[in-house]
Unconditional design. Sequence first.
Length: 209
Amino acid sequence: MIENLIYLIIIVVFIIFGLPIIQRRMLIAKRISIINKLEKKHASRIITMIHRQEALSLFGFPIIKYIDIEDSERILRAIHLTDEDVPIEIIMHTPGGLVLASEQIASALQRHRARVTAYVPHYAMSGGTMIALTADEIIMDHDAVMGPIDPQIGDPTRGSYPAASILAALKKDNPNRSDNTLILGDIAEKAIRQTGEKTFNLLKNKMDE
């Protein structure tokens, strides 16, 4: 009886912890196989930046994924290892993320000598939009969307907020506004200005001023 119970517990633990890992690895292997076939067909280097939250769930709760330093390290390495004469195709499905990581990826793609194509099958928001705009061509599904390049300002006590929303809130009269809010407003203003300048520098050679 006890042995059967232990065996049942082992099966349940495997289903809870082991099965999602196996499914994830199978998905990655399938994705790599498809990418290899596409690279041979297009004679290009394909880079993916896919943040599908539903594919990374634990106990039914999604693990939020976004553009981070690990993404920039991985993608920069892929770009640097790609011959300058080989076209790059980047497939993006992302809600955005860290400004620094997004800027690093965008700058590296901009410097690549061969043609760069960005594919947006569903959505590329904020930092994803910045990266896509550096490409020579953006290919999107009819229903795909790209969002504004909107830096997020983090507050340890209240989470993250769009910088534009913080500035909009500061325009309203409020005599009880805290010093912390004023500091966030200053950070938000600088973040928007710096992001705008970076985006302009990335795009100034692609269009008339």
